[in-house]
Every structure is written in structure tokens, then in C-alpha cells.
Design a protein around this ligand. Structure first.
Ligand code: ACM
Length: 546
């Protein structure tokens, strides 16, 4: 059983205590000087079997990182629809309760008292899981230090319902184990959407049973690409893809951690890997095609789908299979950076446009997106696209992901679209973090403070437009990130800044407090064995010396 300590001699501990929780909770109040110690075999009770995963997750974290085993008390299956009103009498330990109320999804209350221990009451199962994440942030950041917890009462819920991270697995491929690790990092930051960029010019990285050639041919490029944009290739075949089994494993791993996976198949541009497999789908079918061997948007190499019956059959097949494979509500169609010169120069494409009353290439782009939207809607799902999908007009029930300047997001909101903000200048973690940083990218800098200060809600919106802001996301494009350590280096600590910006209420946003907390957060990265960038600390050193 857990031991209980009362450190009443440390006067004022509760009042002066500073917490290091990222993202900052809505309300946090110290409730006394007494403390509660989690010890070996402290019991964890759950109100119902649906919370078993959260209990196991906490026990795994404590054991793996702090070397402290907990004693999980299995819940008895119960037919009860509502949560118990109060904690059991005489209870001391860690108790998890799903209140099943109608308050904000993901909200929770966490109370720690010296006599009873830890009580986490979630508005739903997600709330319980996020309560566990906050509890984790009250634990020591090293093994061998006793977890002595303060008496505290925390009330917390997310500011935005969509809190995402993206990963490009095309420019460089990451194995299933790393994808799971990445998902764990999201969970530790209370992020709830994983946007998985699966296809692009350099490869097609998800198995399609309806078109096995896509991964047989389209998942391997002839060389690894080195050097700055557009890069040069070295003749070493580079490839990899995820099977249906891999996808199912990842989707279920994410779901246990309250994370929905959003797959992206990028069309009608960024399709060189498709055209390497099916040259006949392009406007230049007689030219030989390969998966891209450099980075770029490709005005030079044709990477655009042509509007042909066999292409629309292809789109119907692959997006239908994608909808069946991924259980989440959202499917991402890409739609960005389509090099329209290939359509302008193609007589067949121009004829198609005339026959279908499409006044320009932007309208043709919309035609493609609309086609995929119908397939996706037919499966009961919702389409997301990069903000270019607005250009030729798009129906209201598409979600817009704003990657260019915030003005495109404002346009999306003003035309009635639910919008996710991931504006590149503030949210692309592949940008280097400081001017002198050389490890990850030629472009930038995007400092930790700039990520933190990104204004998710633009000025001068009407309230009904503001309500359409679904949330925000960080992106990791991997042209210059060939290894897992570089991926971690690029996302940390900036993902922690994103998490506070998208979770915590505006009135709790405080850069100086966050900058102080990052010192503890770095200890957590070390505990998790994650690489991180120290650019922020170096900048502070330079400023201190001035
Ligand atoms: C993008 O960065 N092209 C979405």
C-alpha cells in the first residue's frame, strides 16, 4: 500500500509551489502542504473495464521509466450506464472514474489528497486518459526519486477539439515501431489526431489490395537523395511501405491512446509515384516515368493526374479501400501544389475541360477533389484537403487545412468551412529552429517562441466564423530528416509549445512560464530517451551574455 507523508514543516510549500505541467491546465490549485507518495504496488482502481487501458498505461509508464510497479485492481464488468457518484469509502491509491457526462470531451478533474491519494474523474474515457497524462507530469523526471505528489486540485479541458501532428513518411520512410513511438509522443502531449502523409512524388507507402502494383513498383525509388533542394540522388534503392496489417496495428495503437489516424493520399498533383506505376494516367503517357529522385513541386517532371476514365476508376478504388481500412471519420485528399502547366499543355485535358464546362485549371482541380469527396462521403466519411482545394470552389462540408498564410484560413472560415490551422511559418517543424542550427533543414528559422505565439484565432472574425476553427496542427516534412533521431530533434521541444497553444485557455498562455517549464520538459525527453534540439537554450545563453 502507498505510504502517506505530511510535510507540514515546509511552511508555504503549497502557496509557492510551481508546477511544470505542459500543456498548462485550465485551473490548478494547491490544497495544502500535505503530500501523497506513490509507492511500490500502490493500487489503481478503475470504475469500469473501459478504463483498463488507462490504468495499464500508467502502470507501464511508472514501471518503465521510474521502476515502480503498481498494483492494478481489475474492474468487474458492470451493466451500470452511469459512473459511481463518489469514491469508495476507505480507498487509498489511484482511482479512475469515467463520469460519462455531457461536458467537454477530454475534460477531467484530478484531485490529490494525503489520505485518499489520486482521483481522476474524466468527462469521458479521453478525459481519464488526459488526467493520467497530467499525473505523469507531476511525477519525478528521474528513476530513483520518490514520487511525492502535492495536494492539488486540477480542473482541465481542451481549448480546441482538433490537436494534431503530421508526419511525412514518403520523403523518408519510418518503421512501424517509430510510428508508434511518435503516437506515444502525441499522447503525452494530449494531441488527438495523427495526420499520416502516405503518398507523394517519391513513393506510395500504403498497401492497396485493389492495386498491388502501387507498392510493388511505387514504393521504391532508385536512389537516396542527398544535399540541399532539389538534391542529388545516389544509386541506392530506397523503399518501404505499410501493409494492411501494419495499418491496423497502428490505428488500434493510436485509438487506445485517444488518437485518430487521418490518412492522406495526395492528388491530383504530387503523383509521380502513381505515374511511375501507371504512366498512362498522365498527360504525357509516352514519356518514361520514375518515382521522383529529387525534391520539389515538379514543373519540370510531370506529376499530375490526367482527367481520364481509368484515372477516375483508380481514384474510386483507392479511396474506397482507404475508407474501409481506416476506421476514423476523416480522409485527407491532399490537393496542394498541383502544377497546372501539364493540364494547360494537354489537348486531351483541354477537351475534357470544355466537355465538362470547366472554365479553367482551377475548376479542373475542384472537379478531381469533388469526385473524391463523393467517394469518401459515400462511405459516410468527411474529406479534408490542403487550402488549395478552395481555389476552384468546394462544397461546405470539406474541412480545410490551412498550410499557407493565415489569410487562406480566414477565407476558408468566411466561406463556411471547418478549418485546421497549420500555417507553415509557425507550424512546420522541419524548418530549422535557429539561424545557426545545421542539423535538419536549410530553411527557417522557426523558433520555439514563434511556435508558442502562433495566433490560432485570427483577428476580426465573426463569432460564427470563429466557431468553425477546429484546431491546429504541427507538421513534419522529411526531405532532410532521414533518421528517427532527426525526427525527434525536429519536433522537440516545438511540439510541446504547440500542445500548450492548442490545449490551454488563452488566459493561461504565458511564454515566460512556458520557457521556465521547458527545462523540466527536457528532463522528460531524456527520461523517454527522445532526442531534442537545444537551440532554445543556446539562444537564451546568447541573450544572457548580451
Ligand atoms: C504543403 O506543404 N505543400 C502542404
Amino acid at each position: 500500500m502507498a505510504a502517506i507523508f505530511a510535510i507540514s514543516s515546509i511552511a508555504g510549500l503549497a502557496q509557492e509551489r510551481q508546477f511544470n505541467i505542459i500543456p498548462e491546465p485550465v485551473e490548478i490549485s494547491a490544497t495544502g502542504n500535505a503530500t501523497y507518495q506513490i509507492g511500490r504496488n500502490t493500487p489503481v482502481f478503475v470504475s469500469e473495464t473501459g478504463l483498463q487501458f488507462s490504468a495499464d498505461y500508467l502502470a507501464d509508464y511508472m514501471n518503465r521509466y521510474l521502476g515502480i510497479p503498481l498494483q492494478i485492481e481489475k474492474a468487474k464488468p458492470s451493466k451500470r450506464k452511469t459512473a459511481p457518484k463518489a469514491r469508495p469509502a476507505m480507498f487509498s491509491g489511484i482511482l479512475l472514474i469515467d463520469k460519462k457526462n455531457s461536458e467537454v470531451s477530454g475534460g477531467y478533474k484530478l484531485s490529490i489528497t494525503a489520505d485518499k491519494g489520486v482521483l481522476i474523474e474524466g468527462n469521458d474515457a479521453a478525459g481519464v486518459f488526459y488526467g493520467i497524462q497530467t499525473l505523469i507530469q507531476l511525477l519525478p523526471t528521474r528513476a530513483g526519486v520518490l514520487p511525492i505528489l502535492p495536494s492539488v486540485q486540477i480542473v482541465d479541458y481542451p481549448r480546441f477539439a482538433y490537436r494534431g501532428m503530421h508526419l511525412d513518411v514518403v520523403r523518408h520512410f519510418f518503421p512501424v515501431d517509430f510510428i508508434k513511438k511518435y503516437i506515444d509522443y502525441l499522447a503525452l502531449h494530449k494531441l488527438n489526431y495523427f495526420h499520416w502523409h502516405l503518398t507523394d512524388d517519391q513513393a506510395w507507402r500504403v498497401e492497396m489490395k485493389c492495386r498491388p502494383e502501387l507498392t510493388q513498383q511505387g514504393s521504391v525509388r532508385e536512389g537516396e537523395i542527398f544535399g540541399l533542394y532539389p538534391g542529388k540522388y545516389e544509386p541506392l534503392p530506397y523503399g518501404g511501405y505499410y501493409t494492411h496489417e501494419d495499418v491496423r496495428e497502428i490505428v488500434s495503437y493510436a485509438a487506445e491512446r485517444q488518437i485518430t489516424v487521418i490518412p492522406e493520399i495526395d492528388i491530383p498533383g504530387h503523383c509521380m509515384a502513381v505515374l511511375a506505376t501507371y504512366p498512362q494516367f498522365s498527360t504525357t503517357p509516352d514519356e518514361p516515368k520514375k518515382c521522383a529522385l529529387t525534391w520539389g513541386i515538379f514543373n519540370k517532371f510531370n506529376n499530375v493526374l490526367a482527367p481520364k476514365p481509368e484515372v477516375f476508376d483508380f481514384l474510386k478504388d483507392v479511396f474506397s479501400e482507404l475508407c474501409d481500412l481506416f476506421p476514423g471519420q476523416y480522409i485527407h485528399v491532399g490537393g496542394d501544389e498541383c502544377a497546372k502547366r501539364w493540364w494547360e499543355e494537354s489537348e486531351d485535358t483541354q477537351r475534357f475541360m470544355q466537355e465538362h464546362n470547366l472554365k479553367d485549371e482551377k475548376a479542373l482541380q475542384s472537379y478531381f477533389i469533388h469526385f473524391v469527396q463523393q467517394v469518401v462521403n459515400g462511405k459516410g466519411k468527411t474529406l479534408i484537403g490542403w487550402d488549395e482545394i478552395l481555389e476552384g470552389g468546394i462544397s461546405e462540408d470539406c474541412v480545410v487545412m490551412n498550410w499557407r498564410r493565415p489569410a487562406s484560413g480566414v477565407k476558408a472560415l468566411k466561406t463556411g468551412h471547418r478549418t485546421i490551422f497549420t500555417c507553415s511559418a509557425w507550424s512546420y517543424f522541419n524548418l530549422k529552429e535557429s539561424r545557426t542550427q545545421i542539423e535538419i533543414a536549410p530553411r527557417g528559422p522557426l523558433s520555439l517562441e514563434k511556435v508558442y505565439e502562433f495566433q490560432i484565432v485570427p483577428d476580426s472574425l465573426k463569432s460564427e466564423q470563429e466557431k468553425l476553427i477546429w484546431g491546429a496542427q504541427g507538421c513534419l516534412w522529411t526531405e532532410y530528416i532521414p533518421t528517427t533521431w532527426k525526427a525527434e530533434f525536429a519536433i522537440f521541444p516545438r511540439m510541446s509549445a504547440l500542445s500548450e497553444n492548442v490545449w490551454s485557455p488563452l488566459k493561461k498562455k504565458d511564454w515566460n512560464n512556458f520557457a521556465r517549464k521547458v527545462e523540466t520538459q527536457v528532463e522528460r525527453y531524456e527520461l523517454w530517451g527522445a532526442r531534442y534540439s537545444d537551440a532554445f537554450f543556446r539562444m537564451q545563453d546568447i541573450e544572457r551574455k548580451r
